[in-house]
Design a protein around this ligand. Structure first.
Ligand code: MF3
Ligand code: CO
Length: 248
């Protein structure tokens, strides 16, 4: 079965993805020492709804909020709370939107105030790993080429890739086939076709790749409590590098 989307489906996924990108850009202006992750969640939900969208994460498998806000050693799926952002933190914000039956999904890790050199390198490497993956997501390449692009670059820079969570296809559902690991062998796996839509999302740890899920059943943290970063884009495979849908 082909995972290619029709022109009309692509247009709708792109329209939704633009709301995701605008929400992340809006949240960037709110991220400062003193704000709580709950306040970010409230602001994000208002912004998404004003834009005509629905927060896709809210109620997804019982998830209680509109965004994921993962601080420092939190890898992904941090639940917004009364926790206050402090100078020197890093915060991964993950946003999903539904509009007209189609989904978009993206994440950015932002610095709060002035961060350490190590934290800055982690953000730069994770962002760059995502762009390397996007460049490999073209017609005729294989999924393993995309996965390997992330793993090889991240490990060369001395960090580790998380193995317990993966990227995914996206479209009429938030999570579709294929799964997109952030590690793998070049030349292996699904052959990519133009018109496939993928949410590529490297999660990169400063120390061990191992993660633990907290008692809230959502928040994943690094086992060694070292920093973690997460960048994600919804992209469309083309004959050259993928087109980024979650961009403004
Ligand atoms: N970007 C994440 C993912 O694709 C966010 C999911 S949060 C959830 O898995 F609440 F929706 F699960
Ligand atoms: Co995702």
């Amino acid at each position: 079965m082909s995972l290619k989307k029709t022109k009309s489906e692509l247009a709708k996924i792109k329209k939704t993805s633009i709301i995701v990108a605008k929400t992340l850009k809006f949240l960037k202006t709110k991220i400062k020492p003193g704000i709580t992750t709950h306040e970010l969640d409230v602001q994000a939900e208002q912004f998404i709804r004003k834009s005509g969208g629905i927060p896709a994460f809210k109620g997804y498998r019982g998830y209680p909020a509109s965004i994921c806000a993962s601080l420092n050693e939190e890898v992904v799926h941090g639940i917004p709370s009364g926790r206050v952002l402090r100078d020197g933190d890093i915060i991964s914000v993950d946003v999903g939107v539904e509009l007209g039956g189609f989904f978009g999904d993206a994440a950015i890790t932002y610095p709060v105030g002035k961060i350490s050199q190590e934290a800055k390198k982690l953000l730069d490497v994770t962002r760059e790993a995502l762009y390397k993956a996007i460049n490999m997501a073209k017609k005729g390449n294989r999924l393993g080429d995309v996965s390997h692009a992330v793993q090889s670059y991240v490990e060369k820079e001395g960090f580790s890739v998380v193995r317990d969570f993966v990227g995914h296809g996206i479209g009429a559902s938030l999570h579709e086939e294929p799964q997109i690991p952030n590690f793998g062998e070049p030349g292996q796996g699904l052959i990519l076709e133009a018109g496939m839509v993928l949410a590529i999302e490297p999660m990169v740890n400063a120390g061990t790749s191992k993660v633990v899920v907290l008692d809230d059943d959502w928040t994943a943290i690094t086992r060694d409590r070292k920093l973690s970063a997460h960048f994600e884009h919804t992209v469309c495979v083309t004959y050259s590098k993928a087109e980024i849908f979650t961009r403004v």
